[in-house]
Design a protein around this ligand. Structure first.
Ligand SMILES: [Mg+2]
Length: 221
């Protein structure tokens, strides 16, 4: 069978799993362990999510923080977060697991395009890491989403033209990045991205529950 898609490219945070509440909890724990009187509630975190990258978010919240403090807090936050993920406190969103297995069964390539740190991505993927041909993370790029750099890198490593790939994203920053790389994108908004402007997306779906690979191929046309 001739398919119009040769690869699925997944964002991680918000797309594979609703990770943001776990990230928020981990930031707050790292702050309190450092005796900082900082608490990020959902409203504050929603604003900070407009900035890509954990260190960047800390600096947006506390512009006077030293690079050492920011690095220390971010390192500890990553430890706390990866421990939560490893202990099974963050599960995949509906439809993700079955889409991954049918894509593998049909010989599609799988890739990750994320601007979170590699440690976070690998913790969440766990043993499924081996299913992904390309995993591009924060450490691999200079410019985070909405810059297309991470997607450009992924399609180069996949060695596929952009029009053979389909991106799954949950946020406007991710959608913009994918679009700038010439990639068709299906958006499944998450807790913190609902209500964003997803114009230009191939489709906007509540989640991927019950969405088959055939359906995605049909959407792509
Ligand atoms: Mg995301």
């Amino acid at each position: 069978m001739m398919t119009h898609i040769a690869a699925l490219i997944f964002d991680v945070d918000g797309t594979l799993a609703e990770t943001e509440e776990a990230h928020r909890y981990a930031f707050n724990r790292a702050f309190s362990e450092a005796w900082l009187n900082w608490t990020w509630n959902q409203a504050i975190y929603r604003q900070l999510l407009k900035v890509s990258g954990g260190k960047e978010r800390i600096l947006t919240f506390a512009p006077d923080a030293s690079p050492e403090l920011v690095a220390g807090l971010h390192g500890r936050k990553t430890q706390i977060y990866t421990k939560m993920v490893a202990s099974g406190q963050v599960s995949f969103r509906p439809g993700i697991e079955s889409l991954i297995s049918s894509a593998r069964a049909q010989g599609l390539k799988l890739a990750i395009a994320s601007t979170t740190t590699r440690a976070n991505v690998e913790a969440l993927l766990g043993a499924r890491r081996a299913f992904f041909e390309v995993i591009a993370c924060a450490e691999d790029v200079r410019r985070k989403k909405p810059d297309p750099e991470v997607f450009d890198l992924v399609i180069k490593r996949l060695d596929l033209p952009a029009d053979k790939c389909l991106v799954l994203e949950d946020s406007i920053n991710g959608l913009k990045a994918a679009q700038a790389a010439g990639l068709a994108t299906v958006v499944t908004p998450s807790l913190y991205t609902r209500g964003q402007d997803f114009s230009g997306a191939l489709a906007v779906l509540p989640d991927l529950g019950g969405v088959t690979l055939a359906k995605l191929i049909e959407l792509k046309g």
